[in-house]
Write a protein that binds this ligand. Sequence first.
Ligand SMILES: Nc1ncnc2c1ncn2[C@@H]1O[C@H](COP(=O)(O)OP(=O)(O)O)[C@@H](O)[C@H]1O
Ligand SMILES: [Mg+2]
Length: 353
Amino acid sequence: MGVPQDAARPSFGMHATGSRNGREPAQEEQAPEPELLPAEAVVDLAAARREAGIDEVLGSLDAELVGLEPVKTRIAEIAALLLIDRVRARFGVTAQQPTLHMCFTGNPGTGKTTVAMRMAELLHRLGYLRRGHLVSVTRDDLVGQYVGHTAPKTKEVIKRAMGGVLFIDEAYYLYKVENERDYGGEAIEILLQVMENNRDDLVVILAGYAERMDEFFAANPGMQSRIAHHITFPDYTVGELAQIGELMTEALGYRFSPDAQEVFRRYLDKRVGQPWFANARSVRNAVERARLRQARRLLEQPDPRVDLAALTTIEPDDLLASRVFGAASDGPSPGSGGVGASIRTGHGRLGER
Ligand SMILES: Nc1ncnc2c1ncn2[C@@H]1O[C@H](COP(=O)(O)OP(=O)(O)O)[C@@H](O)[C@H]1O
Ligand SMILES: [Mg+2]
């Protein structure tokens, strides 16, 4: 794709740190490598699990994220593989570091970014990633407007992400079918090289809508072949959305009154069929606006005295004033640009109502 040769072989000076996970024979490790276990030794996997702290990460994943069973299963499998790899290495059995580049497909608000952050943490705990941070980017962070701008931009982002996860949201915008001369191709070439050469130090996660990602892979088979895990994030059911709402309100120090709980479910029933519905993100926005209305209600009530219960309870009125129920006078809603506005503010970031 017309990429200059030097751009296609980025080095980043990141290769010199050697083995980071005790997988290879000790050469450049600072700490001396523990002695290899004899063939007849027995290893307690439960203890190995505890030491790695996997259960904490998987446990909090399970407790804090509603649903997503297939996603959780896949993450547990990856954790198991990396743990077993580590134990095998103690016997001197080494295999090539598994490829962990991934693709997360799903509609907006289905938890892709959130899970990517958890993944980064888990891979860090398991010794796969040095740092375990997440750098989230879109096309504009990688691709320049002029000749010669793209390679430095992409390399700078990759450098920041080294040792962690590079999360590329709506990755298909990197590739413009109708325009061969687009600079996105240059960014893709550089990414491909890094995904191959630096895969022991960087995990790339591509995210976006399933169909568009399929098109992207069809046009970029090199990218497809470097992705080891394709993980699908389904839309949440109304029951799951309600549970997510409960978790979010709780985390903010609120609760729904029993009546409000009922109204919230009705709200969700309606909301899922309306424009710009964005799964858990819509739930978060609904909770935020209920919080605003609750505050206004408390200040406007005739009796100005409040107790803890009043301060922490969302009542039906705080939800019923929403436009989702056809209420006309909800006032300008924050972040949506005014009454009646439902604006698309960017890739997947949707205006709410
Ligand atoms: N399964 C879930 N349980 C609880 N909260 C969730 C869940 N999925 C998403 N969220 C919350 O919803 C919001 C949007 O999620 P996000 O990961 O940004 O979605 P995406 O990246 O797919 O658009 C975040 O505030 C996140 O914490
Ligand atoms: Mg996201």
